[in-house]
Design a protein around this ligand. Sequence first.
Ligand SMILES: [Zn+2]
Length: 389
Amino acid sequence: MNPPENRIESTLLRRINERRLLEAIQQHGPSSRAALTRVSGLTAPTVSKAVDALLKRGLVEELDPVTPALGRPGRLVRMAAETATVLGVVIDAKVCCVVATGLDGRVTEERTRRFESPGDYEGLLDGIAGACRGLLGEGGAPLLGIGVSVPGLVNERLQEIVVSPNLHLLDKRNPARDLSGRLGCSAVLVQETDGLCLAERLYGDARGLADFAMLDVSAGLGLGVMSGGDLLKGHSGMAGEVGHITVVPDGIRCGCGNRGCLETLATDAALTRLCSEREGRQLDVAEVVGLLADRPDAFVAEVETVTTYLAVAIAAVINIFNPTALFVHGTLLAGSPERFARVLEAVRQRTLTASLADCTIRATRSSKRQGAVAGIIRQITQGWAPTIR
Ligand SMILES: [Zn+2]
C-alpha cells in the first residue's frame, strides 16, 4: 500500500489535471477526447480518466458530434449545459436581476428575472430569493451554486462588502452568505468589476489574455485588473478603486463621502446628472440615450466634460498597469461608436505613448449577468485544485 503522502500527491495531481481539462473545454468549446489530448498536453489515458471523473462530478456532459468524423465517431465533451444549473444574481442601484444557466454560462432573456431594487436589505434578499425560487421551480438540472455580483468594495478576508458608495444598504453585508442560508446552496460574492473581467475572459474578447483591465463606468467607476492570469487583489481584495481618486478637490460629494472623486465625473451616472441639470428635471440613462440621439447639440458641454474625465481614467489605468487590452463597460459613451471615438482621441493626449502602443481599448460586450455567472462557475471549476502555469 502507498504511504499516505503519496496518496495525497496523486489526488492533488489528478485534480490539477481535471482542472486543466476544464479550462481547455471552457476555452475551446465542445471537444473530443482526442482534441483535448492535443490541446492539454496530457496523455490520452490521463485525459480519458479525467473526463470520466468530470462526468461523474456532473461538471461536463457528452454529446454526439453534428457531423461524425470518418471511422469511429468520437463523442464531444462540453461544460454541463443541460445537466447542471447555476444562478447569477446582479445587485445594482436601480434594478436587480437573477439569471439561470448551465456551466456553459449562456445567459438568455427567457431565464432572466428583473425587479426594481428594494429600499431595504431584507426586501432585497426577499426579492432575490423569490426570483431564484421562481427560476428553479421551472424545473431543470440540479443547482450547483449562486454567483452574486455586487457594487462597492469587497473585503475578501472578512468576506463582506465594506462600503457600497452607490447602494449603502449593502454596507457591512454579505448577501451571498445570507442567500446561501435561505436557499440552502453554496453562493459566492463577486465584486462586479471582477465579475466583468472573468466574463470577458471566459466569453468575450479577452479569451486567452493574461494581462488586461476592465473599467466599469456605468453607475460607479470600478476597475478590475487581470495580471498574469490572476485578478489583482491587494491585501484584502479591495485594489483598483481608481474611481475614488480626487480630481476636483472641492467638487460635488461622492457616495464614498469625499468630494470630487473621478467617479462623479467620468461615468454614465455623471453624464446623466449633468444632462438632468441642463434639462431641469431628473432623467435616467435610457432618457439620456434618447436625448443624445435627438438633440446632440444641446449637450455638447456635458458630453465633453465626461469624455475628458473618462479619458483621464483610461489613461491612468494604462499608465499604471500596462495592460494588453482595456475594456470599457458603459452605455452613454462606450455604447456609442462616435462618442467612444472621441474618448479614444482624448486618451491619446493623456497616455504615455509607449504604454498606449501596447494596448487596445474597446467597449466590452460582457454583462454583469455574465459576470455573476462567471464568478460561480470559476468557484465550481477552480476552487478545488491549484493551477500550474
Ligand atoms: Zn468617492
